[in-house]
Design a protein around this ligand. Structure first.
Ligand SMILES: CC(C)(COP(=O)(O)OP(=O)(O)OC[C@H]1O[C@@H](n2cnc3c(N)ncnc32)[C@H](O)[C@@H]1OP(=O)(O)O)[C@@H](O)C(=O)NCCC(=O)NCCS
Length: 403
């Protein structure tokens, strides 16, 4: 049998779309087509197929995704629609395609990869690591009825509000780690991309908050899929608007017959702080669907150098010099810190600091346990900089950005 791994051509799509329907269910072929044709960063080379005797047997998509880490930006490859036709399973095809995607991402200068899955063990074999992420819910009737007379909360107005939402997101997402750097074109297409205005949802349930006629916050809410708020942002200093939006979401949940108001957001985000400050009982849950993989450790550290400089300066640690070899399982980089300048290159030299990939990824995304592991592993370094380079933060990759 002739087996070839390559980019899909237009001629493959009449076979590829039914294959995805077979793997993922009715409607997923058109869904996939919509997602890749609306993708503002679409790269046709990233639709990878394994061809057996001229027919599409297996598929993996890599989505180019620029993500923010403070003032720095890294390139992430989002892995999606991993599927092998039932007649061709358990022959290693998917594994071959995933490895092809890793090489493609290395060649194209990607730093990280993210996927969402329920079959974590399958991807762990090829180096992706589960990053457990906390989510929270509250009983809608526990949310106080805050009286915020200066704030007007109204339904989201679609195109008319898009620019205001974009500006609010750009300000607020600076405080998140790993959030998508959305472009104007992405904003224009996002409602169709993420089906925010899909047939089973009502976009009027998403909210805008205004103070003195100026938009200062927004909340994206899925009324039918479990009363779920999947995006929430209020400008700094606009706590009254944030409270008014949380209150409106709770009211909607009750009106729609729901008990629990769910947030597809982690602790540390604005609605969590507001609810915690008000003493509302918060139920935490853990999602195990996010898996990350480092693609290029040295490249990632170099991409983050502008943010590292800020962190070193803010911690008043920009005077020290340090150099060490960092090892995270199969990735190793020699790191030099000279005043606030961080530089890394790949190396095979003996490591000074060894952590697991998962610990590193948790530290990168601002989790205390990951930072503590890095800090402890680097305790022998002069002016151990690791706790400073990877401070506590809030990891948000917004659900509306999923691929
Ligand atoms: C998962 C899937 C892509 C694997 O494709 P494949 O070409 O058969 O994969 P490979 O031959 O490279 O690897 C097969 C291995 O994956 C394992 N695997 C398959 N489905 C699995 C699952 N649901 N959970 C855990 N492991 C799974 C197999 O047990 C096998 O393990 P083994 O090598 O130890 O025997 C394929 O089963 C499929 O298309 N499933 C439906 C769509 C899907 O669930 N996609 C993943 C979405 S995140």
């Amino acid at each position: 049998m002739a087996e070839v791994v390559r980019a899909a051509t237009e001629a493959d799509y009449p076979e590829l779309l039914p294959l995805l329907e077979t793997c993922f269910g009715t409607g997923t072929g058109p869904d996939f087509e919509r997602i890749i044709t609306l993708d503002p960063w679409r790269d046709p080379e990233n639709t990878r197929v394994l061809i057996v005797d001229g027919h599409v047997a297996s598929h993996v998509q890599v989505h180019y995704r620029p993500v923010r880490f403070g003032c720095a930006q890294a390139v992430m490859g989002g892995i999606g629609h991993v599927g092998t036709h039932p007649d061709f399973r358990k022959r290693g095809y998917s594994t071959r395609l995933l490895n092809d995607c890793i090489r493609l991402m290395e060649r194209k200068g990607y730093h990280l990869s993210l996927l969402f899955t329920g079959i974590n063990d399958f991807y762990a074999k090829d180096g992706w690591r589960t990053i457990p992420t906390e989510r929270f819910s509250v009983a809608a009737t526990d949310v106080p009825i805050w009286d915020e007379p200066a704030v007007c909360v109204r339904p989201y107005g679609g195109d008319d509000d898009r620019e205001a939402r974009r500006a609010i997101y750009d300000t607020v997402c600076h405080g998140w780690l790993g959030a998508l750097r959305r472009t104007p074109l992405y904003w224009q297409r996002q409602p169709k991309w993420a089906r925010l205005e899909g047939a089973d949802e009502d976009a009027r349930h998403s909210l805008m908050a205004e103070v003195g006629g100026r938009a200062v916050g927004y909340a994206a809410f899925r009324p039918l899929s479990g009363h779920l708020c999947f995006e929430f942002a209020a400008l700094p200093g606009c706590d009254a608007a944030a409270r008014a939006m949380v209150c409106a979401l709770a009211r909607q949940t009750v009106e729609l017959g729901g008990d629990l108001l769910h947030f597809d957001l982690p602790p540390g985000t604005q609605p969590h702080r507001i609810l915690a400050d008000a003493g509302v009982p918060i139920e935490l849950g853990t999602s195990r669907h996010y898996m990350y993989r480092v693609i290029d450790l040295a490249g990632l550290l170099n991409a983050l150098a502008p943010e590292f400089a800020v962190r070193l300066q803010e911690a008043d640690r920009a005077g020290g010099r340090s150099s060490f070899v960092l090892d995270i399982e199969s990735h190793r980089a020699a790191v030099t810190i000279d005043r606030a300048r961080v530089h890394a290159h790949p190396t095979t030299s003996a490591p000074d600091v060894c952590v697991t990939q998962q610990e590193f990824l948790r530290a990168l995304h601002g989790y205390d346990d990951g930072r503590a592991a890095l800090d402890a592993a680097g305790s022998g370094l002069p002016h151990n900089p690791l706790g400073v380079l990877f401070p506590r933060g809030v990891h948000v990759y917004a659900a509306g950005d999923h691929f």
